[in-house]
Design a protein around this ligand. Sequence first.
Ligand SMILES: [Zn+2]
Length: 151
Amino acid sequence: MNTLSYTIVPPGEYGFTTFQLLVDGTPMQEFAGYVECVLPYWEIKGDFSVAEPDPTSKDDCLRIVGTCDCGESGCGATHARVTKDATTVRIADFSGWRRPGANQEVVVGRENYDRVMRELTGFAEQERQIVAARVQAAEALRRQGNQRNVP
Ligand SMILES: [Zn+2]
């Protein structure tokens, strides 16, 4: 059984917060051998985002576990099948850019998985509010500027 944890990575080149998932203390993309490696905050909402096409079952479906570092999952993403039962969660069948010989699956306790997803969802929600407030402030400044420019 593996242990899932995370760190929160402040905005870098592209200006958004990302999550770094750790498996037994090692970044998950290294552990699982995939190359595309950021997890933008908006890809976590209670769980990993579901990859297209829509899954038939929410307890066994293909999810986005990483995206291109520009954050756009349509640009490039790593998918994995996430299968849950009462006590464990299996993250496997990684697809995308992979290194040969890497681990094929991660198996963590259901409680561990649910706790990490709950905490990350909380951070993601805070981040959404901060970004929304910033957009509002920018809008307000723009309106003020427009008013000042009215002759
Ligand atoms: Zn990209």
